[in-house]
Design a protein around this ligand. Structure first.
Ligand code: F6P
Length: 423
C-alpha cells in the first residue's frame, strides 16, 4: 500500500440532517482501528474545488467518540458543486492527491452522490469513493424501503411541533397551515401529517399534471376547511409539502409580490426562498374573504428547525452501521464498483454497496429521486384519515347541503366551484 491509499477523507454536502456526526464518528473509529489515518474535510467540496489543502482537520478516536448524539456537522456542509465546470472533478482529485487521500467518504443527498460519482470517475481508481445517503427529504432510492438517515429524527421533531400547533389550534379555534421541507418529494410532510393526525396533508405526488395553479391548491384546502365545519369543527391543521411550490406555475409564482425564483449551485429552484405557507395562506383567506368571511389561519414553516436536531436512537444506530459499512466497503479491494463510486445502504439488515452509476436516471443523467408512491398502502392509509373533499361528498345530498351552507353558496354553485376535475 502506498501513501495515498492509507488516508481517508470525510466530507459532507447538501443540507444538514440528524446523524451526520454519528456517521463521521463511526467511520473514523472503524478506519483508525483498521490502520488508516483520517481527516475531516470542511465545507463539502468547496475548498477541494478551489485547490485548497488547509481546510481539513485530522480526526482521532477521542475527537469523535462522543459526537454521535449531537446534531449538525462538525465538518459543516456546503452545496458547492464539484461538477459545475468541466475542470472541477479533476481539480478535486488533484487536491485530494496533494492531501494524500486515497479513500473518500461523502455524506449527502442526491446532488452530493452525483458529485461523488463524477470525482470517482475522474480519479480513474486513485480515489475510492463511498457515499452515505443522508437527507431529511427521504428521497434517495434506497433498498427495502429504508429511509435516508435523518428523516426519522426530522419526522419525530416535526411531529411534536405539529402536535403542539394542533393543540393551539383547538384551544384558540383557528386553523394552522404548515409548509414542510422536502424538495420535490412529499415524504417528510406526509410522514409528519400522518403521525400527527393533521386534518389534511397535500403533497406534489398526488397531482399528476406537471403544473398547478395557486387556485387549485387553495381550493383543496378550502374544501377541507368547509367539510370539517360540516363535521362540527372550526379548527384544524393543513400541511403542505414544499414540493407543491415546485409544481406551481413559475410564471404565476413570479407575479406574487416579494417572490424571487432563484437557483442553487446544482441548478435546482431554491424552494426555501418561496414563502409557500404565506402565499397559500393568503390565497385561502382570499377565497373566504370573497364571501365576506375572515378566516383565522396562522402559517408556519418546518425544515430548518429540524435538520440539525440531535438524532433519535434509530438514526444513531442506523448511521453507526452505515459509517462502519462505508469503511469496510472502501477497504475491500475486491469492490470493483468503487472505481465509479458506490452508495452504502442496508437491505434486510445487511450492508450493501450500490454502484453510483446505476443510481442515475438514464434520461437526465442525475441521481434518481424517490418520491411518495400514491398507490402504496402507506399513502392510501394516510389519505383515508384526512378530512378532505372527495368526489363522493358531492354525491351525498346531506353532505352537499351542509357544504353549500358552510360556504354560503347554492348547491349548484358549490358543485361548480369544487368539481374536483383535472387533478
Ligand atoms: O435537501 C434538504 C433540504 O433541507 C430541503 O428539504 C430544502 O429544500 C433544502 O435542503 C434547503 O436548503 P438550503 O440549506 O440550501 O437552504
Amino acid at each position: 500500500m502506498n501513501m495515498t491509499t492509507k488516508k481517508l477523507g470525510i466530507l459532507v454536502g447538501g443540507g444538514p440532517a440528524p446523524g451526520i456526526n454519528s456517521v463521521i464518528s463511526a467511520a473514523t473509529i472503524e478506519a483508525i482501528n483498521s490502520g488508516l489515518e483520517v481527516v475531516g474535510i470542511y465545507d463539502g467540496f468547496e475548498h477541494l474545488i478551489a485547490g485548497r489543502t488547509d481546510q481539513i482537520r485530522p480526526l482521532s478516536i477521542s475527537d469523535v467518540s462522543r459526537i454521535h448524539f449531537q446534531g449538525g456537522s462538525i465538518l459543516r456542509t456546503s452545496r458547492a458543486n464539484p461538477t459545475k465546470r468541466t475542470e472541477d472533478p479533476g481539480q478535486v482529485v488533484q487536491t485530494l492527491s496533494e492531501l494524500g487521500i486515497g479513500y473518500l467518504i461523502t455524506i449527502g443527498g442526491d446532488d452530493t452522490a452525483f458529485g461523488a460519482s463524477e470525482v470517482a470517475d475522474a480519479s480513474s481508481g486513485s480515489v475510492r469513493v463511498v457515499h452515505v445517503p443522508k437527507t431529511i427529504d427521504n428521497d434517495l432510492p434506497l433498498l427495502s424501503g429504508m429511509p435516508t438517515f435523518g428523516f426519522e429524527t426530522a419526522r419525530q421533531v416535526g411531529t411534536q411541533v405539529v402536535l403542539n400547533l394542533m393543540e393551539d389550534s383547538r384551544t384558540t379555534n383557528r386553523w394552522y397551515l404548515v409548509a414542510v421541507m422536502g424538495r420535490t418529494a412529499g415524504h417528510l410532510a406526509l410522514g409528519i401529517g400522518k403521525a400527527a393526525g393533521a386534518t389534511i396533508t397535500i403533497i406534489p405526488e398526488e397531482f399528476s399534471k406537471p403544473t398547478l395553479s395557486l387556485n387549485e391548491v387553495s381550493r383543496v384546502i378550502e374544501g377541507a376547511i368547509l367539510k370539517r365545519r360540516v363535521m362540527g369543527q372550526k379548527h384544524g391543521m393543513v400541511i403542505v409539502a414544499e414540493g407543491i411550490g415546485a409544481k406551481i406555475d413559475p410564471e404565476e409564482l413570479s407575479r406574487v409580490p416579494g417572490v424571487v425564483v432563484a437557483h442553487d449551485p446544482y441548478g435546482h429552484i431554491r424552494l426555501e426562498e418561496i414563502p409557500l405557507a404565506s402565499i397559500i395562506r393568503r390565497e385561502v383567506q382570499k377565497r373566504f374573504a370573497e364571501r365576506g368571511e375572515v378566516l383565522p389561519i396562522v402559517e408556519s414553516t418546518l425544515g430548518y428547525g429540524l435538520r440539525s436536531a440531535a438524532p433519535v436512537p434509530f438514526d444513531i444506530d442506523y448511521t453507526r452501521t452505515l459509517g462502519y459499512g462505508a469503511v469496510r466497503c472502501l477497504m475491500d479491494e475486491r469492490n470493483e464498483e468503487l472505481l465509479h463510486g458506490a452508495m452504502i445502504c442496508i437491505e434486510d439488515g445487511s450492508l450493501r454497496a450500490l454502484p453510483l452509476p446505476e443510481l442515475r436516471d438514464p434520461t437526465t443523467g442525475r441521481t434518481l429521486v424517490r418520491v411518495v408512491d400514491i398507490d402504496s398502502d402507506y399513502y392510501i392509509t394516510a389519505r383515508q384519515y384526512m378530512i378532505r373533499l372527495e368526489r363522493r361528498d358531492l354525491d351525498d345530498p346531506e353532505m352537499l347541503a351542509g357544504l353549500a351552507a358552510a360556504a354560503s353558496m347554492s348547491e349548484e354553485e358549490f358543485v361548480r366551484t369544487h368539481s374536483l376535475d383535472g387533478s
